[in-house]
Design a protein around this ligand. Structure first.
Ligand SMILES: [Zn+2]
Length: 74
């Protein structure tokens, strides 16, 4: 028996406010677009602040991938 009137409540990751997990809430599990942006912003700034110790390795690796042995490399 399905009870479509009961929406599952989820705690907003940003403000912990309970919001319904439903199609009417496009920002789920966030309670609002604002909280969604706050969380995404926090995540982005967090990842940008991580020192990229392997950036040199990554560059060399991607350079290797960019070189196509079938094409002349000038
Ligand atoms: Zn919220």
């Amino acid at each position: 028996m399905l009870n479509s009137n009961t929406a599952t409540l989820v705690a907003c990751p940003s403000c912990q406010k309970k919001s319904p997990w439903s199609k009417e809430n496009p920002d789920r599990p966030f309670c609002s677009p604002r909280c969604k942006l706050i969380d995404l912003g926090a995540w982005a700034s967090e990842s940008y602040s991580i020192p990229q110790q392997t950036s040199e390795e990554d560059e060399i690796f991607s350079e290797d991938l960019a070189i196509d042995p079938n094409k002349s490399f000038l």
